[in-house]
Design a protein around this ligand. Structure first.
Ligand code: ADP
Ligand code: ASP
Ligand code: MG
Length: 472
């Protein structure tokens, strides 16, 4: 056992901090998920091979579809959604299909994968024929499928189609337990395999079903749990989680470690480095996630460990700042509505009836503000307005678009009264008005709504204030 411990510590040095891998029931299996940028061309495939084969353990690789090769490039998944939208226009579809086909041909040629090993052109010919009768998720999933096929040939690993493993119900909800059992069963006697991310199968209709965008991260977590991996490595194009989105705050620093709750809060609030559902399959397990940079192997990345692991190093007080644009506040007004017992329930029922999700619900004496995604209201404002009036009677309804939400995430938020003051002061100094506030009921995050056009300014102002107060 000592040998295994030493090897694991040298392979996974960050884990040493938490000593998570040093337990007596170590199973030397690991899962490596690679994002789109890490697999955007043949040169990147070679790098992935180098990373994966460095460690001899039982290894399961979860690829995304090839992403952007340069800033103005288009991700294969985006091309596939375009292809689907052209299902009625054969000429346009043919053109898009040939762009995608060429991307895969370039990768295959660069890796010396022959037509006999995998016939890419033949595959696209068939896909074009199937297009008019295909569902959108099936077409969108072909990026991961093809990337997985090529990677499995290149690595010499077995290919496992996630359609047999990742199982959804009729509402497109993941069936977690069945999925984990299927993964465990299928991988029991396999040492190395490639399992594409992002999609699975609807067990009622038998159709291919995908997660929401960025969902390969969830596949990686499911595979890690299903094979009982020692660690889930998520390889991407940044050196881990940063204290703020590095595209907005250039000097943002890498966060060495987070716990599962902090990750969930940060990713739900817009830190898009990991899909917000990534942590769900791992929540009650001992499997840590590491976010690592495919292009900088020396960086230790971010270790995301179960909540009860103690860090050997002292953690910063604030785990990070995240945020999202694209919200609308639906303001429902009526005198003394706060006194009515059923008002909130009925209002929320109207949102549910119109299939509009609810993100926040600040309430005052005469107003109820329901915050939702602007995109979810597309073509539905009138329907929602009518439904609200039908169930609530004489009310006024205003749709205030252009709202963004910014959140600071910290496990010690509820015990440190200074955070809120520092955030509000920073926004006041930058002359940014606050449109709403909400302290997450988990008490881990403080959410502030600001005008969308001040979003970047708000993140930068809060970041600078936190640095000044030594919070991050
Ligand atoms: P992949 O294709 O590997 O899945 P993503 O594009 O989904 O990668 O996620 C990585 C990106 O997340 C980074 O390039 C970065 O721009 C963005 N990002 C947003 N917030 C953060 C943050 N707090 N820390 C690090 N990266 C972030
Ligand atoms: N390729 C899919 C997307 O672009 C899934 C993923 O990258 O995780 O959303
Ligand atoms: Mg991603």
């Amino acid at each position: 056992m000592a040998d295994i411990k030493e090897r694991l510590i040298s392979i996974f040095p960050v884990c040493h901090v938490y000593e998570v891998v040093v337990s007596d029931n170590i199973n030397c299996t690991y899962v490596a998920k690679f994002g789109g940028t890490s697999l955007s061309d043949a040169v990147h495939f070679k790098r992935v091979k180098q990373i994966v084969t460095e460690y001899e353990g039982r290894c399961f690789v979860v690829p995304s579809a090839p992403g952007k090769r340069f800033a103005s490039d288009t991700k294969v998944t985006d091309l596939l959604y375009t292809l689907y939208s052209q299902k009625e226009d054969f000429d346009a579809a043919k053109e898009t299909a040939s762009i995608i086909e060429n991307r895969f041909l370039e990768i295959a040629n660069g890796l010396k994968i022959t037509k006999e090993q995998f016939d890419i052109s033949g595959y696209f010919e068939k896909l074009l024929q199937e297009l008019p009768n295909s569902n959108e998720d099936y077409i969108a999933s072909r990026g991961e499928y093809l990337c997985g096929r090529l990677l499995s040939i290149y690595l010499g690993y077995e290919f496992i189609d996630p359609a047999d493993l990742i199982l959804f119900d009729e509402y497109k909800e993941l069936i977690m337990k069945k999925t984990l059992r299927a993964i465990a069963r299928h991988t029991k006697s396999i040492d190395r395999a490639v399992i594409p991310g992002f999609y699975g199968k609807n067990i009622v209709t038998g159709e291919t079903t995908t997660f929401s965008r960025g969902g390969s991260d969830i596949t990686g977590a499911l595979v890690a749990r299903g094979v009982n991996a020692v660690v889930y490595d998520n390889w991407t194009d940044v050196s881990g989680f940063f204290t703020a989105d590095p595209r907005i705050v250039k000097e943002a620093a890498r966060v060495p470690a987070l716990n599962f709750s902090e990750l969930r809060e940060l990713s739900c609030m817009g830190a898009s480095v990991l899909h917000s559902s990534t942590v769900l399959p791992l929540m009650d397990s001992n499997i840590p996630i590491r976010v690592r940079n495919t292009f900088d192997l020396r960086s230790k990345g971010t270790l995301i460990a179960p909540n009860d692991y103690k860090s050997a190093s002292s953690k910063p007080k604030v785990a990070g700042i995240a945020g999202k644009k694209g919200f609308t506040s639906v303001i429902i007004s009526k005198l003394s509505l706060g006194e009515s017992r059923s008002f909130v329930r009925l209002a929320l029922h109207a949102f549910e009836a119109c299939s509009i999700p609810v993100e926040h619900i600040p309430l005052s004496m005469d107003n109820l503000s329901v915050v939702t995604f602007t995109a979810a209201l597309k073509n539905k404002k009138k329907m929602l307005h009518d439904e609200l009036q039908r169930v609530l009677g004489d009310i006024s309804v205003d749709f205030c678009d252009g709202l963004s939400l910014v959140a600071a995430v910290s496990s010690s938020l509820s015990t440190n009264a200074v955070f809120a003051r520092v955030m509000f002061d920073a926004l006041a100094k930058a002359d940014i008005s606050i449109r709403l506030t909400d302290q997450g009921s988990g008490a881990n995050s403080l959410v502030i709504g600001v005008d969308e056009h001040r979003f970047d300014d708000a993140i930068r102002a809060i970041y600078e204030a936190f640095i000044e107060h030594d919070f991050i």
